[in-house]
Ligand binder design. Sequence first.
Ligand code: SAH
Length: 213
Amino acid sequence: MEFEKVRLLMVEKQLMGRDITDPRVLEAMRNVPRHLFVPPAHRDMAYDDMAMGIGEGQTISQPYMVARMTEMLELTGSEKVLEIGTGSGYQSAVLAALAREVYTVERIEELSLRAQRAIESSGIKDVNFLVGDGTGGWPEEAPFDSILVTAATPEIPPPLLEQLTEGGILVAPVGPQSTQQLVKVTRLEDGFRREFGIFCVFVPLIGAHGFDE
Ligand code: SAH
């Protein structure tokens, strides 16, 4: 109960108090129990206005960043979504609340397994997990209506653009490891349209079409 109160405050102050306006995104973030996706020792900080360590040198993104990126995807409920960088599974859970089904890829097995347990214990369905290099996407399940990359990438991996449906939207933090900018790519009939969002700092996307190990 206490967690719910803090969660509603998080939505009001950190999301609505800034510039998040999509009512469906706000509702999803009022409902998903973020405290189940952070290390048990740090549950009391789960709704703080910051990213947090989740082990293996990786992080769960700040609530605002999760909301911002999710809003850019313009989900309506019918989408098949691909996420690259499962991490804690929190972003996957938010996506699952807003889309038809979620496919999420993580390169570190231990994190994927932990995320699977957290998703299960939250009672969230329609999330499919894969361990491997997500810079190649998930060819067997392509195409996707929405693709979200949650790790910093020097450039958008070409396989991800190929796996996007026409009219589909991809969002990724693009740039060097020091800072990136959110990029929204819409696939048009005859190419891709790029729009630029806020600056951010993510852990690196490591793989064939990302940074070197
Ligand atoms: N969406 C996550 C954020 C995780 S941080 C959350 O809500 O918690 C980014 C994650 O991307 C890390 O877990 C990292 O291990 C993973 N990652 C890095 N390179 C990857 C790759 N090539 N394929 C899949 N996952 C990758």
